[in-house]
Design a protein around this ligand. Structure first.
Ligand code: PHE
Length: 329
């Protein structure tokens, strides 16, 4: 029985349409199998070439083989197309807008007190002073006794003291650093000692924790005029040369004579700190001969200086860790 001539044209049209319609790699594989697989229609044609009459076998054979190549090529192209589509879909899903503004980092800043303290330290380093430090928990001896506060003397009441178990205190001022620094060294001395101090005080310009900067100078020829000159220069450096300043006679057990220094701010005099000539008994207590050496000392408030510089009327704004206030400074 002479075999029918296969309709290669119909196979070709069907293949073209179905390859183009395949919309997933899976359906494309199935489409390919329908034509070129073991039971595919074109494979059937190729297998049955032997049944054709010899005079047509070779022409149909080469046409069928050429068609096989073309279908392979269409499948390959469609395959590449589907992969590209898949890739762009994937990219669209993870779209990145490179024109969006970046997330900005929040910048930290120095605390106003730290800023002012550094400014103060730099000023005194420029005058040849060195920084010394002492602990915040201090012995009664260094905080009071060596500074010439007799036991049970009412002058201790000026310092509303926090007591620590075992007889120590939270230092009520930075003056005990004078004792520590002078005891282990030989004069002359030029030191500053910034740090935290504690008193049971409260109010708009008073906080139980505050900061002082102690300064002291001991040498053979030192006068109260030197003290005044240094403090005026210090105040002018920090607050400008037109800041109104005044000295008031005062009392401290560890200085004689003693004074307090005020600056004018917000329509009032604000106490900046105490100062005076170091009491001979303090020098004796640290093994310095008062017949040969004299010295001045001062202890100024750092927080009040910062309040003035940044225009903060309430000291608690400095310590309340309110970021909104910090950010305004
Ligand atoms: N220590 C004193 C105070 O806190 C201040 C002061 C320091 C006074 C040095 C005189 C000399 O009040």
């Amino acid at each position: 029985m002479p075999a029918e001539t296969p309709d290669l044209g119909a196979i070709e049209r069907a293949a073209l349409g179905e390859v183009a319609a395949a919309d997933t790699p899976q359906s494309l594989r199935e489409t390919r199998a329908r034509f070129l697989g073991r039971r595919g229609s074109l494979s059937g044609v190729l297998r049955s070439l032997g049944e054709l009459p010899a005079e047509r076998r070779s022409a149909i054979g080469s046409a069928a083989n050429a068609l096989k190549q073309r279908i392979e090529a269409w499948v390959g192209e469609r395959q590449a197309e589907l992969e590209r589509d898949l890739q762009s879909a994937e990219l669209a899903k993870h779209r990145l807008d490179v024109t969006l503004p970046g997330a900005s980092l929040r910048r930290g800043a120095l605390h106003p007190v730290t800023f002012v303290e550094r400014d103060m330290v730099e000023f005194f380093q420029g005058l040849g002073f060195s920084v010394v430090e002492g602990p915040e928990v201090e012995s009664d001896y260094n905080n009071f006794e060596a500074l010439n506060f007799p036991p049970d003397h009412p002058a201790r009441d000026m310092h509303d003291t926090f007591f620590v178990e075992g007889g120590a205190v939270l230092r009520t001022h930075t003056s005990p650093v004078q004792i520590r620094a002078m005891r282990d060294r030989e004069p002359p001395f030029r030191f500053i000692a910034p740090g935290r101090v504690f008193r049971t005080d409260h109010g708009s310009t008073k906080s139980p924790l505050f900061h002082q900067i102690e300064g002291f100078l001991v040498d053979e020829e030192v006068t109260f005029a030197d003290l005044k000159g240094v403090l005026y220069a210090f105040a002018h450096h920090l607050m400008g040369s037109d800041v109104p300043l005044r000295f008031r006679a005062s009392f401290f057990p560890f200085t004689e004579p003693s004074a307090e220094m005020d600056f004018w701010w917000n329509d009032q005099w604000l106490e900046w700190g105490g100062c005076g000539m170091i009491h001979p008994r303090v020098l004796e207590n640290v093994g310095v001969d008062p017949a040969r050496y004299r010295g001045f000392a001062f202890g100024m408030g750092i927080d009040r200086t910062a309040m003035r510089r940044y225009g903060i009327p309430n000291i608690h704004a400095l310590f309340d860790s309110d970021v909104r206030i910090r950010e305004q400074l």
